[in-house]
Write a protein that binds this ligand. Structure first.
Ligand SMILES: [Zn+2]
Ligand SMILES: [Zn+2]
Length: 172
């Protein structure tokens, strides 16, 4: 039981790393076409960015099924992936973006920090020069604002799309 719980917790922590890398290099990289919807104004309940959540759910289900068919402890890895997905949905979709009818508010210092960090992520229009790609861990707002100033001050090393040129720091 302790072993299973350790696997679960380690997966949850590892998923923050996986999520950070996926957000920074896939979603803001070659997978931008799907994530783009999330950085634009939209009115619908769903956006193409939700495909990433769907993919995460399929991975979690596959792991749990494999674990329950003799590949122990994959079901606990799957449980960790599921927990990460649920926290993401609650914090990101519910608390930060308010996609829900019920709108949980960030009350603790930790949640407030996640909240403002993610708003700073969205303060940059377009896929380049963003900050704060994590979901469960966030640097302080001061650190992120410094990163934003630096990225805007840095000379363009590659031809930047017009989407990056509209980068603007809002929300603080
Ligand atoms: Zn993003
Ligand atoms: Zn977001």
């Amino acid at each position: 039981m302790i072993f299973n719980f350790t696997v679960f917790l380690l997966t949850l922590v590892a998923m923050e790393g996986v999520g950070f890398l996926a957000h920074k290099y896939v979603m803001h990289g070659w997978g931008w076409c799907l994530h783009k919807s999330h950085h634009e104004e939209h009115l619908g309940a769903f956006e193409t960015n939700d495909f990433y959540l769907l993919a995460l759910a399929l991975v979690a289900i596959a792991l749990i099924v494999a674990g329950n068919h003799g590949h122990d402890p994959l079901q606990w890895v799957g449980a960790g992936v599921t927990a990460f997905g649920l926290i993401y949905v609650f914090v990101h979709d519910g608390m930060v973006h308010r996609h829900w009818p019920a709108r949980p508010r960030p009350r603790s210092r930790y949640l407030k920090r996640l909240y403002s960090a993610h708003l700073l992520h969205h303060s940059v229009k377009g896929r380049r020069n963003s900050v704060s790609f994590g979901f469960l861990y966030a640097p302080s707002a001061a650190t992120l604002k410094k990163q934003l100033r630096n990225s805007r001050a840095a000379p363009a090393t590659e031809s930047r799309g017009d989407d990056a040129m509209g980068a603007d720091l809002q929300n603080g």
